[in-house]
Design a protein around this ligand. Sequence first.
Ligand SMILES: [Zn+2]
Length: 337
Amino acid sequence: MMNSPKHTGSHFLLSAKARTVSVAQIARLSDEDAFETFKQIRWAFTDGEPICPHCGSIECWSFKARRIFKCKSCEKQFSVTSGTIFAGRKLAIRDYLLAIALFVNAHKGISALQLSRDLGVQYKTAFVLAHKLREAIGAEVQSRQLEGEVEVDGAYFGGYVKPKNWKENRVDRRLRRNQNGKRRCVFVIRERDGRTVPVVISSENTASVHAAMAGNIRPGSIVHADENSAYDAMHGLYDMMRINHSEVYSDGVACTNGAEGWFSRLRRAEIGQHHHIAGKYLHAYANEMAFREDHRRQDNGSVLCDVLKRALWHPTSRNWSGYWQGNKQLGEVIIQA
Ligand SMILES: [Zn+2]
């Protein structure tokens, strides 16, 4: 367990004592402690000494009272969060640490409403903050190229059509013509005991599946898939192992249980926290649950550190900066094939 940290500039989150971190411990930190932690993690290569985000110079003045820096080369001012996902921040620095702790500790995800109550901030603030964290960790998830033995599978999200009250008014909601066009397929690729990459595609068809696999699985990998005919054409590209789920779930050779297990976690996040995960936000929630899955055995202190590092090393968000002020950059991330 972590002791009360001193005002030394030592970064408590990186110490062995911080392997497990509680929200209460973060809440007891001073904003100065949080500021030092941000400096140490953002500028890890200079041991916490500021680097100008405008020109890259390491010669800077520090204005301690305002926690502002000024570059000696280009003379521009910056803060510890300038040019990061937290650029233009409104909250105290410690509150961002608190937000990350709440986010990391919620294994099934955390809704914006819950986060706003726990942090004591407006719903809109919590909504954007959580999505900025998803963007930062999503960038890492989407940079992966999987290899070795992997499992693939698809599942549908969004586009719920409520059945009509009277039986005679009801339609077959499995048919495309009776759907509302918002239904999407999340296609997941999982290494056995390794990393996870989700991709949103229009449906589990040959062209979409091919595009998703070609972009994320190294040639020469062994791919486990179910009996869906969309995978038939992949036999020429990968060493394919097929399992027919109408007969058996695992025949000792081929198995996609790892991919399906991940879907059940994504479903629980949807049902338990977010209620609807669809459209423009679907890939963000899928990335989040992939990240959670892959770090599930890691202690929460180091996951917190990892998320903070990704947030502070991630550029200012084009999608989420000024989201409630009319920024309409956010679009659906989907492979259309
Ligand atoms: Zn500069």
